[in-house]
Ligand binder design. Structure first.
Ligand SMILES: [Zn+2]
Length: 436
């Protein structure tokens, strides 16, 4: 009763029928709304992954059939909003998405299939301090940074640079979050342009640099993911409509090709987190008038849902040792995709590899076992809301251990050593109103 009264007095409605109001909810209102959702719907779970510099919780709402813990075979998906505190459309859209998902579960077929097949994590605001300090301006950067004046999208460990600086609390929270869940797919919502940008954002001008772009071994998948968003979005695929930025073919761009940046979150997710993440730029104006918010939701709603469904690309399963037990830290490599840090099985012995339909040869490596090579025909998983399920069964190799160079990931791929190598990384690029 108290909660209902509180909700009414804050103008936040959690009910069937009426949707969440289109306006900018402040941090306190967001927290109350999320608590209310969590108390109302059994398929949600609310938790804080850490705090901002000013002590605000970084609330994550999880939605899914089993929201409190991972289930074998159910992929973990995430959306992160408002990393730059003055880029606020994503924050609004994620609240609207929560409203849409909670009202649609067991009523709407797409929503029901998504939440039955996926565990969805939504961090509405990664930078609540920045949001609270923002001025409502389209272009200027007041509110972009966290309380310490740091650009959080320049503060992550970087595979291509060794700059040092202090890791911010909000960034540490994300890094720790990635260790607690095996995220498969993610998007990071920004504003200041209209485009889907994909890794890499950085390069040290090695083999990854091709024609002005910094290309990952999974470039085909990233391009597909970015196009899935831009073509499901009502306008994005037509190219940038903003007056001050370039025209993006298909509404997508390689991050580095647009502008290089060190310490970005999407590269970190991909290289160290085994999580494919893209950056969605959703509005020319970073802080648009509230009257425009329903239009942004209409333009993005189907794209947000279609992107989530892509978590079912490729192949998933467990690696089992000679005794049939799932094993952690076995390498699951796909021929022709030399990932900087090879994908490894998690504590459940699980792996997820997002792949487009086709035939792929897998190489599975684990100490004391023969190297396993297997070729799989991969269908289009999103159509059935499931990647191809396939377990790899290893055979013991009494005589030898696997060949050198295959058994262990490069040292820099273990998170503890990432810390050692990059004890501190500061925002490097100068403040610019053009950055998105
Ligand atoms: Zn941004």
């Amino acid at each position: 009763m108290f909660l209902i009264a509180l909700s009414l007095c804050l103008g936040i409605v959690v009910s069937a029928g009426v949707g969440l109001e289109f306006r900018y909810h402040n941090s306190l209102e967001v927290e109350k709304y999320l608590r209310n959702v969590n108390n109302t719907f059994g398929f949600t779970h609310l938790h804080s992954i850490g705090k901002s510099v000013e002590g605000r919780d970084l609330w994550v709402l999880i939605l899914g059939k089993n929201p409190t813990e991972h289930q074998i075979g159910i992929p973990e998906f995430k959306y992160v909003g408002n990393m730059h505190g003055n880029e606020v459309v994503g924050r609004v859209l994620l609240l609207q998405l929560i409203d849409y998902l909670t009202r649609g579960y067991l009523k709407d077929q797409l929503v029901t299939r998504l939440l039955n097949s996926t565990r969805v994590h939504i961090l509405v605001s990664m930078n609540p301090d920045g949001f609270e300090s923002s001025n409502r301006d389209c272009m200027y950067s007041q509110g972009r940074f966290n309380k310490n004046g740091v650009d959080l999208n320049r503060n992550f460990p970087d595979a291509f640079s060794k700059e040092s600086g202090t890791r911010e609390m909000e960034v540490r929270a994300i890094i720790d979050w990635l260790k607690t869940e095996s995220f498969v797919l993610s998007a990071n919502l920004h504003g200041g342009a209209v485009v889907a940008s994909y890794p890499y954002d950085n390069s040290n001008k090695g083999a990854e640099l091709k024609g002005g772009s910094s290309i990952t071994p999974d470039n085909d998948v990233f391009v597909h993911l970015a196009k899935t968003y831009s073509y499901t979005h009502t306008l994005m695929h037509k190219g940038d409509q903003c007056y001050d930025s370039k025209d993006f073919t298909d509404g997508i761009t390689n991050g580095y090709n647009w502008y290089p940046l060190p310490g970005g979150m999407q590269d970190y997710n991909y290289v160290w987190g085994q999580c494919l993440e893209i950056t969605l730029e959703l509005s020319c104006c970073k802080f648009p008038n509230e009257s425009e918010l329903p239009g942004f939701w209409d333009a993005n709603r189907d794209a947000l849902l279609a992107y989530m469904q892509q978590v079912h690309l490729g192949v998933k399963g467990q690696v089992l040792d000679a005794d049939g037990k799932p094993v952690q830290n076995s390498l699951v490599e796909v021929e022709g995709r030399p990932n900087l840090c090879p994908f490894r099985t998690d504590s459940n012995g699980e792996y997820y590899r997002l792949l487009l339909p086709g035939n792929y040869t897998f190489k599975v490596t684990y100490p004391g076992h023969r190297v396993l090579m297997e070729t799989l025909a991969v269908p289009y998983g999103p159509a059935s809301f499931s990647a191809l399920s396939h377990d790899f069964r290893l055979e013991r190799d009494a005589a030898t251990t696997p060949s050198p160079g295959n058994t262990h990931p490069p040292e820099s791929c273990t998170s503890s050593q990432v810390w050692d190598f990059h004890t501190a990384l500061k925002a490097i690029l100068p403040t610019s109103i053009l950055l998105s």
